[in-house]
Design a protein around this ligand. Structure first.
Ligand code: UDP
Length: 297
C-alpha cells in the first residue's frame, strides 16, 4: 500500500519508514526539514521537501496514497514557547491541510494533552491545565485531535517515545548521551517525576497495526514506570558510565524567561487497556536494550 508520512524525516518518521518498508508498503515522505533530517529518509523512498501547510504540494505527494500518518508538527513545549504564534498556527494548519486530502489517516498527538493530571491516564481522563503558556502546545495538539475526529481519523497520544536518533532535547536521549560521554547528568527538581519510556521501534510496530483497526483515540506508551532519578541510574548502570548525577532547581533548569511560563508534569502514566485490546498484549523492548542501542548510534 502507498502511504504518506507527513513529517517523515523526523525521529519517529524515520523508524516508521523502516517498519513500513519491511512490511512491503510504499511510504512517501513529505517534510520541510525544519527539525527533520534528509539522512532519515533512505534512498529510493519518494521524498517531497515541502511544508505540510502547502496543500498543493501535499496533494501532489499524496497521489495514489491510501493512508496518511500525520507526524508533521512543531514538537516540544520549548519550541512553542519560543515562537508561540508560528508554532500554534503550524500545528493547527498542518493538521487541517493533511485532513483536506480526504484520505483516511492517523494524527500523532501527545500525552501533554492530559496536562497536570497525575492519575493513571485513560483516554477519557480529565485534561487539567493552568493559565501558564506551557499549555499552549497541549491546547494546539488538542485542537488537532478535535479536527481529525470530525473526519473520522484516528488519534494516538504518545507518552515519551525514545530510542536511536532522537534529538538531545529530551530526558532519555540527553541522559544516554551524557552517560556515554561520562558527563554530569542533571536532574530537574527532585527527580521524582514519573514517566514511562517506550522504544520507538515498538511504537512504530504498534502504529502499523493500529492502521487497520477501528478506534478514535488511544494512548501509546510503556508499561514500566520509572522516576527521572531512577532513569539516570539505570542509564549509568547500563552503560557502565562514570557520570555523576546532580539535581538542579527548576529555576535553573530552563532557558531564561521560561521559568514563569513553564511547569513540569510530575506524574504521567498511561492506562494501556484500550491499546492492548486493539493490538493484543505487546512485548516491549527492555529499557536497557533501548539505552544500549541509543548510545550505539
Ligand atoms: N528532565 C530532567 N533533566 C533533563 C531533562 C529533563 O530532569 O536534563 C526532566 C523533566 O523535568 C521532566 C522529565 O525529565 O520531568 C521528562 O522531560 P522531557 O522533556 O523529556 O519530556 P516530558 O515528559 O516532560 O514531555
Amino acid at each position: 500500500m502507498k502511504i504518506l508520512i507527513t513529517g517523515g524525516a523526523g525521529f519517529i518518521g524515520s523508524h516508521l519508514i523502516q517498519r513500513l518498508v519491511t512490511q512491503r508498503h510504499e511510504p512517501v515522505v513529505l517534510d520541510n526539514l525544519s527539525t527533520g533530517h534528509k539522512e532519515n529518509v533512505p534512498n529510493g523512498i519518494e521524498f517531497h521537501v515541502e511544508d505540510c501547510r502547502n496543500v498543493k504540494a501535499l496533494k501532489n505527494a499524496s497521489k495514489g496514497c491510501e493512508f496518511v500518518y500525520h507526524l508533521a508538527s512543531t514538537v516540544g513545549v520549548e519550541k512553542v514557547l519560543g515562537n508561540p504564534r508560528e508554532c500554534i498556527e503550524n500545528i493547527i494548519e498542518s493538521t487541517h491541510a493533511a485532513l483536506s486530502l480526504g484520505i483516511p489517516g492517523m494524527d500523532f498527538s501527545t500525552s501533554e494533552v492530559y496536562g497536570k493530571n497525575t492519575k493513571i491516564l485513560t483516554e477519557d481522563s480529565e485534561l487539567v491545565y493552568s493559565s501558564k503558556a506551557r499549555w499552549s502546545y497541549a491546547a494546539s495538539k488538542l485542537i488537532g485531535e478535535w479536527l481529525v475526529k470530525s473526519e473520522g481519523w484516528k488519534t494516538v497520544r504518545l507518552f515519551n517515545i525514545v530510542g536511536p536518533k532522537q534529538n538531545l532535547g529530551y530526558v532519555f536521549s540527553n541522559f544516554v548521551n551524557r552517560a556515554a560521554n561520562n558527563e554530569t547528568i542533571t536532574v530537574y527538581g527532585t527527580g521524582d517525576q514519573v514517566r514511562t519510556f517506550t522504544d520507538v521501534r515498538d511504537a512504530v510496530n504498534i502504529f502499523d497495526t493500529l492502521r487497520s483497526v477501528d478506534f478514535d483515540v488511544v494512548n501509546v506508551g510503556g508499561t514500566h514506570t520509572t522516576t527521572v532519578k531512577e532513569l539516570a541510574n539505570t542509564v549509568i548502570g547500563t552503560l557502565n558510565s562514570n557520570s555523576n548525577v546532580v539535581s538542579v532547581p527548576y529555576s535553573k533548569a530552563y532557558a531564561k524567561g521560561f521559568e514563569d511560563v513553564f511547569e513540569d508534569c510530575l506524574v504521567r502514566i498511561p492506562d494501556l487497556t484500550r491499546l492492548h485490546a486493539l493490538v493484543g498484549a505487546y512485548k516491549y523492548t527492555p529499557l536497557e536494550n533501548t539505552i544500549r542501542d541509543t548510545a550505539a548510534v
